[in-house]
Design a protein around this ligand. Structure first.
Ligand code: IMP
Ligand code: MG
Length: 179
């Protein structure tokens, strides 16, 4: 795949504007609370960083790493915990921050993982959502953009570990995706 096969879906300005709007809503909803962001590595790293920078209220940030995808564009369906949480979440208002909901496997696994750790509340914030692909009945409390059933890269999202560093989100034309 070469860069010319990438079609820009959301440019950097559009992403930053939407992150700013989400941060404003989250700041309003959690004012006076005990907000604790849990970013999902590696895909949600840029989103978590930008969201944290834009929040107007005190909060803490941690990361968890899980894997469900092989090298292709389809989920293996099984989640593996690669890096556990670094800080206790007991009594905290946990906001799980992920890059994209596809089948919903990852997000529902994460909520089930955090729930027994006795947070005060759990909500989710995802930058992108592909509702057409859903297999688990999960939705997100805060959403950046709904998208069609496209494979996307950039702003943390990868195809075979490439393109995470792009400041924009592109979709990959199907003929160039080799699974
Ligand atoms: P789910 O468990 O099927 O909902 O998949 C969620 C995870 O799959 C995301 O956190 C991404 O890491 C990955 N993923 C799903 N769709 C895409 C995509 O279009 N591009 C890159 N990664 C994706
Ligand atoms: Mg991910």
């Amino acid at each position: 795949m070469v860069e010319s096969d990438l079609q820009v879906l959301f440019d950097s300005d559009r992403i930053q504007q939407r992150v700013f709007e989400l941060a404003r809503n989250i700041s309003r909803d959690y004012a006076g609370g005990s907000l604790h962001l849990v970013g999902v590595l590696r895909g949600a790293y840029p989103f978590t960083r930008d969201l944290s920078k834009s929040l107007l209220i005190p909060h803490t940030v941690d990361f968890i790493s899980v894997a469900s995808y092989g090298d292709g564009t389809e989920s293996s369906g099984e989640i593996q915990l690669r890096r556990k949480l670094g800080h206790p979440v007991k009594g905290r208002d946990v906001l799980i921050v992920d890059d994209i909901i596809d089948t919903g496997t990852t997000l529902s696994w994460l909520v089930d993982h955090v729930q027994p750790l006795a947070p005060r509340s759990i909500r989710t914030c995802c930058l992108l959502d592909k509702p057409a692909r859903r297999q688990f009945p999960v939705s997100t409390n805060y959403l950046g953009f709904p998208i069609d059933d496209l494979f996307v890269v950039g702003y943390g999202l990868d195809y075979q570990e490439k393109y995470r560093e792009l400041p924009y989100i592109s979709w990959v034309s199907p003929r160039t995706v080799v699974t």
